[in-house]
Write a protein that binds this ligand. Structure first.
Ligand code: HPA
Length: 277
C-alpha cells in the first residue's frame, strides 16, 4: 500500500474511533467557528491527537473534528483547516478531506473568508461559489495517483454541485439573506494580492479571491464527493477601495457574517434530501 494511503487510513481510524461516521462534512472558515455548537450528541477529537495531522494549530480555530447530529443527519465538522501558506504540503492540507471520505462523507460544505473582486459585492455579503480559478500554480493531486480514491485525471466541470447550489439559494431566499453567485480564485498567500493582480482576476472572470478551498474541492471531487462552497466577503480585494487590507478586519467581518452563514447552512442541512442524492 502506498505510504500516503497508510497515513490516511491511520488518521481515519483515529477519527472514526473518536467520532463515528457521518454523511455531511463541513469545513469552517474564518468567522464560522462555533457552528459545531449546533450538533446534538457531539463527539470530538483534536487534530493533535490524529496521527499524521500537522501539529501547527490554526489561528482563530479550535483545530478539531466534531461529529454529531443536526436535523437527524450525521454531520462531521472540521473546525480549523490547514493552509498551503503555513508550509504544509497540499497532500497534508487535504488529508482531512480524504479522512472525511473514508468516514462516509459524500456531501461537503466548504466555507471561507474571501476578498470581493466583483464591485457589486460589499464586505459582509455572502457568495456561493459556482466555479473556481486556480491561480496558485499548484495541485493537491500532484504525484502518484491514489487510485483507491479516484482517477488520475478527475473532471472538474461540475466542481460545485448544481443541486446543492439550488438548495442553498432557496434556503437563503427563504431566510431573506442575499447570496451572490460567483467564481472563487485561489491564491497561495499569505501576502494579500496587489491591485494589479486583482484587476487581472476581474478580467479573467473572478469574483472573489482567497487562500483556501480550492485544494479541498479538488480532492473532494477526486473522491467523488459533492461540494457546496460559500465565501464570506470579509473585505474588498486590494485596490478596489483606497484602503489597505488588515487581517484583524478580515477576522472581525468574518465573525459578523458568520451568523447569516450559520443560518443558511443549518437550513440547508434541514432541507437536504440525503437519500435522494
Ligand atoms: N485576499 C485573499 N484572501 C482573503 C482576502 C483577500 O482579500 N480576504 C479574506 N481572505
Amino acid at each position: 500500500m502506498p505510504r500516503k494511503m497508510k497515513k490516511i487510513y491511520a488518521a481515519a481510524e483515529a477519527v472514526r474511533t473518536a467520532c463515528g461516521s457521518a454523511q455531511i462534512g463541513i469545513v469552517l472558515g474564518s468567522g464560522l467557528a462555533g457552528f459545531e455548537k449546533a450538533l446534538e450528541d457531539p463527539r470530538e477529537i483534536n487534530f493533535d491527537e490524529i496521527p499524521g495531522f500537522p501539529k501547527s494549530a490554526v489561528a482563530g480555530h479550535a483545530a478539531k473534528f466534531i461529529a454529531g447530529t443536526i436535523h437527524d443527519k450525521r454531520v462531521l465538522v472540521m473546525s480549523g483547516r490547514y493552509h498551503h501558506y503555513e508550509g504544509h504540503s497540499l497532500f497534508k492540507v487535504t488529508i482531512p478531506i480524504r479522512v472525511m471520505a473514508l468516514l462516509g462523507v459524500n456531501t461537503l460544505i466548504l466555507t471561507n473568508a474571501a476578498g470581493g473582486v466583483n464591485t457589486s459585492f460589499s464586505p459582509g455579503d455572502l457568495m456561493m461559489i459556482t466555479d473556481y480559478i486556480n491561480l496558485s500554480g499548484h495541485n493537491p493531486l500532484r504525484g502518484r495517483n491514489l487510485d483507491e480514491f479516484g482517477p488520475r485525471f478527475p473532471d472538474m466541470t461540475n466542481a460545485f454541485d448544481k443541486q446543492l447550489q439550488s438548495i442553498a439559494l432557496q434556503r437563503a431566499a427563504y431566510h431573506n439573506i442575499k447570496l451572490h453567485r460567483g467564481v472563487y480564485t485561489w491564491w497561495n498567500g499569505p501576502s494579500y494580492e496587489t491591485p494589479a493582480e486583482i484587476r487581472m482576476v476581474r478580467s479573467l472572470g473572478g469574483d472573489a479571491v482567497g487562500m483556501s478551498t480550492v485544494p479541498e474541492t479538488i480532492v473532494a471531487r477526486h473522491c467523488g464527493m459533492r461540494v457546496l462552497g460559500i465565501s464570506s466577503i470579509t473585505n474588498m480585494a486590494a485596490g478596489v477601495i483606497d484602503a489597505p487590507i488588515k487581517h484583524d478586519d478580515v477576522l472581525a467581518m468574518g465573525a459578523q457574517v458568520g451568523e447569516k452563514l450559520r443560518l443558511i447552512i443549518d437550513s440547508f442541512i434541514e432541507y437536504f434530501p440525503l437519500q435522494e442524492l
